[in-house]
Design a protein around this ligand. Structure first.
Ligand code: ADP
Length: 328
């Protein structure tokens, strides 16, 4: 396992600045998730770490060594993409073995490695099949095996689960975490899905318009983001009260408190926790509610609650609007 450091990495495509002086740290043997909206530079970041793309400026340092000019396999890096891009005319076995091509290994070593990777990804029974005979999830397993077969020290994953259906996505992302824990490879995982990011990351980086706007421990960032852009991207409540822009996560709304009152505007049941929209002051805010409590709520009902002000971030005076706090 390896650690990766980027120092002031900039990459432009024509007038587009895909990465703008990015300095970041990807800890050894952990899962770092790079979270950002579409077009924020996530794929470019991975491609630059892998060596598929060169930065215009800046350094990529793997285990203390600047790696400019090195091929992906020389960097100890393998990559898994959103779409597995398997060769349709090759069997699963040969697709996996293809990852070993640059290493020029003997047949026995190739066979051992392909079988070991297939075992790890639980696809031993699929080795003779062709990609057209695989489901989306199976294809992604094959792509993962093809990446792992080179025994990378760093695995780069570019939204690998985003095109799978929800159930499979949840299952596979837990399997990926288990896999990482077992193999202790450094994972760098890119996604635009905040829930996925919070669920799997040991270290979180939020990218916006090519810039790192947040980096650190996921839960700390979630509870206390250091910019309004991060708060927005983490789906916090962002409202104006007394001309002041504030934000807080839905978890800051405490439904067994009674300092405030509002009106239930919408109810969204979901597995485990549902969420509700509450009209409060001149704003609509969102709160999480355990499912058994949701059953007792109805649209249009008045609801009492408190706000955990420790989780409220203030972003200064903004414009007009907002409302008075309706104290009970
Ligand atoms: P993300 O993965 O977060 O969606 P990307 O890294 O793919 O973002 O892209 C960042 C920005 O760089 C986008 O504006 C995108 O259009 C641009 N970009 C990426 N690759 C290229 C390329 N090969 N040529 C031109 N523009 C590119």
């Amino acid at each position: 396992m390896s650690e990766v450091v980027l120092r002031e990495v900039t990459k432009k495509f024509g007038d587009t600045i895909a990465l703008d002086s990015v300095s970041s740290y990807f800890p050894r043997g952990k899962i770092t998730v790079v979270l950002g909206p579409s077009g924020s530079g996530k794929s470019t970041l991975l491609r630059i770490i892998s060596g598929l793309e060169n930065p215009d400026r800046g350094d990529i340092i793997i285990d203390g060594e600047e790696v400019e000019g090195l091929e992906p396999y020389q960097r100890g890096v393998a990559m898994v993409f959103q779409y597995p891009a398997l060769f349709p005319h090759l069997s699963v076995y040969d697709n996996i073995a293809f990852g070993l091509e640059p290493l020029k290994l003997d047949k026995k070593e190739i066979d051992d490695r392909v079988k070991a990777a297939a075992e790890t990804l639980e696809i031993k029974d699929l080795l003779d099949r062709y990609p057209s005979m695989l489901s989306g999830g199976e294809m992604q397993r094959v792509a993962l095996a093809r990446a792992l077969v080179v025994r990378p020290r760093i695995l780069l994953l570019d939204e690998p689960l985003s095109h799978l259906d929800v159930n499979l996505r949840t299952k596979l992302r837990r399997e990926l975490v288990d896999l990482q824990r077992r193999l202790s490879i450094t994972f760098i995982y890119v996604t635009h899905d905040q829930d996925e990011a919070l669920e799997i990351s040991d270290h979180l980086i939020i990218l916006n318009q090519g810039k790192v706007i947040e980096e650190g421990e996921p839960l700390k960032i979630y509870l206390a983001p250091n910019s309004i852009e991060s708060a927005r991207f983490l789906s916090h409540n962002i409202i104006v009260i007394n001309d002041e822009l504030i934000s807080f996560p839905p978890e800051a709304v405490i439904l067994d408190g009674d300092d405030e009152y509002g009106v239930v505007e919408s109810i969204y049941p979901a597995r485990g926790y549902g969420s509700i929209a509450i009209r409060w002051t001149n704003n609509v805010i969102y709160a999480y509610v355990p499912l058994e409590q949701i059953q007792n709520l109805s649209q249009g009902a008045t609801i009492r609650f408190s706000i955990n002000y420790e989780l409220v971030r203030k972003w200064g005076k903004r414009g007009v609007g907002g409302g008075e706090l309706h104290r009970v």
